[in-house]
Design a protein around this ligand. Structure first.
Ligand code: F3S
Length: 654
């Protein structure tokens, strides 16, 4: 009895899956769509797209007006982006994010004066795209021999080495042997896609044990050709594009048959190959007709297949769906959603059309277990990867405190936030975040999509930077803001103006003399402040808090003028004169020469602190805020009025 094993990582990789979905999504919008080259190296998928009206163009000049152009996952050079921009056609960029990363790397290193070495096939679309992000200082090499030749001729240059994402890892490792060790002028970026690496090593492991390997994928797909190369070293290997091709091969009656597939091979083709292969093997025993087998295989439902179903029944524990076959489909609550607060009826209704993934088929019972959650996770994966690439801030509710951090759920995926990125001070209690909705950024995404690391701190910093930029774009001296007191020091108060802090100096807090800002405000107070001074270079925002209309000098001047006789109270005595309080917050100076008609030597013999006196206002300087007052002038005026001498009121010496 033969056994058929499908390699775990066979088939569509993330980048191809994403590109194909992007094209189908454009088709659904009924747009005129053209792809720049075939979207994937799979004729079945390409034919399906052609039948839906998609055009394949080889050059931007072939685009029709109003046609949306899709850049495939291989990516393109800078010049192609420029041509599209010039053409005015709408563009959907399905370049795989892992390829975009290489574009960014080579562009940055070129700008830093590095010579770029690219491991790959110079005629492959991905390599042509990468080259399009270098200037003339690059070389594409196929293998370690070509690399060795380069190093033999190498002049002193700074070198950056990258690889085509689908480059053969065995050859890549051999290349390391010819690269000079510990040369600080050589930087190597391992840009081989994890998906490719995993697929190749899975295939190699399987081929080592198998008697026959079937490699499924486009005849022009470089990663499929490499899979074929890897497997054919160990056993009889055939490269086919679809299940029907198996019927034309002279296959042996093998005990263990391995199946693997390139990145452009949809799951349904792998399943089709598996089914036909299984039937061929059975036929060795039963001598069945191949065409009959093929016919039967198409009617089956396969694990891992994506299907569209209609909801027949909704209960609290599961839903029942019809798939258009003799099977009855079930989706349990756990496979419907990962939100424990939701019931099936919150998510679907009878008659709804939903996309599902087949988890388990029981042909004997005629039942199929399906999952909606897995579909949602795939969509979520793409959103989260895009959010990382674009630096988007996401939101999620913290679900668990775990060792070293917290976890939250976003788009159906578990995100780990390390304690150091949680925004909770070192040693603080992470429980404060539990069940809280937080904003975060993705700072790490493993290429196999199994691990995502987020940072609340990074989102906070990003928001702060954004708030700062907004503030500096509109802020002007004199603008009034309401802000919260964040912290208080002896020299002033820091006020949060909405993501950016300004400072109110202690002298700006009150018209009265205060010793400590805490006498006037507390942390958390809301103050209405205005901008006194701005300096974006130093990030300095000086704020004012005192209002002109509250200025005691202004209030005093509203009722009193130079020449007026007013009452005052002596508040202090100095060698050169005495200070007298005219109003709360307004003191005037009586110069020693203005105390009496007679010469005064010792002021304390004429005046005492607390004594009330009549004074004449001689002058008010609003700039220096000094008020000059005179007892002598007041006496003189009183004397003139009464025709009496000052001795009537004051004696010179006591
Ligand atoms: Fe991208 Fe890797 Fe596929 S680079 S297109 S995910 S093989």
């Amino acid at each position: 009895m033969s056994k058929i094993t499908v390699a775990e990582s066979a088939g569509f990789c993330f980048g191809v899956d994403r590109a194909v979905k992007m094209v189908y999504s454009e088709i659904e919008k009924h747009k005129k769509v053209a792809t720049l080259g075939p979207i994937i190296h799979n004729q079945d998928v390409v034919n399906d797209m052609l039948s839906k009206g998609i055009r394949i163009v080889n050059d931007v000049s072939e685009l029709e007006k109003d046609e949306t152009v899709v850049i495939r996952s291989h990516g393109v050079g800078r010049d192609v982006y420029q041509q599209i921009e010039k053409s005015g056609n709408e563009v959907i960029d399905a370049t795989c994010p892992f390829v975009s990363r290489i574009h960014k790397l080579v562009a940055e290193k070129t700008a830093e004066g590095y010579f770029i070495l690219i491991a790959g096939d110079e005629n492959h679309a991905e390599v042509i795209g990468i080259v399009g992000h270098c200037d003339e200082n690059y070389l594409v090499f196929r293998d370690e021999t070509e690399l060795k030749n380069f190093f033999q001729k190498k002049s002193s240059k700074k070198l950056a080495i990258v690889a085509q994402t689908t480059y053969n890892i065995i050859v890549w490792e051999k290349c390391f042997n010819v690269i000079p060790k510990d040369d600080p002028d050589i930087v190597i970026y391992d840009t081989i896609c994890n998906a490719t690496e995993t697929r190749q090593s899975d295939a190699e492991r399987l081929a080592l044990e198998a008697d026959l390997m079937i490699v499924v994928g486009g005849k022009h797909s470089s990663n499929t050709v490499k899979l074929y190369d890897v497997c054919s070293k160990y056993c009889e290997t055939h490269h086919i594009e679809n299940g029907a091709e198996l019927l034309n091969l002279n296959l042996p009656d093998a005990e263990l048959i391995g199946i693997t597939a390139g990145a452009s091979t949809p799951a349904y083709i792998i399943k089709e190959v598996q089914t036909i292969m299984s039937d061929i093997q059975k036929n060795f025993e039963e001598e069945m007709n191949f065409e009959e087998l093929l016919e039967q295989s198409f009617k089956k439902i396969h694990t891992g297949e994506r299907v569209t179903a209609y909801v027949d029944k909704v209960t609290d524990a599961e839903i029942t769906v019809s798939l258009g076959t003799k099977h009855t489909g079930y989706v349990k609550l756990d496979d419907l959603t990962d939100d424990p607060t939701k019931k099936p009826s919150d998510i679907v209704s009878v008659g709804d059309e939903i996309d599902l993934i087949v988890i388990k088929v029981n042909d004997a019972e005629g039942t199929v277990i399906l999952s909606k959650r897995k579909i949602d996770e795939l969509a979520g994966f793409e959103k989260v990867v895009n959010a990382k690439e674009e630096g988007t801030v996401l939101e999620g509710v913290v679900q668990h405190v775990v060792k070293g951090g917290v976890t939250l759920n976003c788009y159906g995926l578990k995100i780990f936030i390390p304690a150091s990125q949680s925004g909770v001070p070192k040693g603080g209690d992470l429980e404060v975040l539990l069940k809280k909705k937080v904003k975060f950024k993705i700072i790490e995404a493993s290429e196999n999509g199994k691990r995502f690391i987020g940072s609340i701190r990074a989102a906070f910093t990003a928001e702060k930077e954004e708030a700062k930029a907004k503030f500096w774009a509109v802020a002007n001296v004199g603008d009034v803001f309401k802000g919260k007191v964040k912290s208080i020091t002896n020299f002033g108060v820091f006020v949060d103006l909405g993501g950016i802090d300004g400072m109110v100096h202690v002298t700006e807090l009150s018209w009265k003399k205060i010793r400590n800002p805490r006498d006037v405000v507390s942390v958390g107070d809301i103050l209405e402040v205005y901008i006194k001074e701005l300096c974006q270079e130093d990030n300095r925002i000086s704020l004012g808090y005192r209002k002109t209309e509250d200025d005691p000098l202004t209030l005093f001047m509203a009722n009193n003028s130079v020449g007026d006789i007013v009452n005052a109270t002596i508040v202090s005595i100095a060698a050169f004169g005495a200070f007298a309080r005219l109003a709360e917050g307004v003191d005037g100076l009586i110069h020693i020469s203005q105390i009496s008609f007679n010469k005064v030597n010792d002021i304390s013999k004429h005046l005492t602190v607390g004594q009330d006196v009549a004074v004449k206002i001689l002058g008010i300087d609003t700039d220096t805020r000094r008020v000059s007052i005179s007892i002598r002038a007041a006496l003189e005026e009183a004397s003139n009025k009464a025709g009496e001498s000052d001795e009537v009121v004051y004696s010179d010496e006591q």
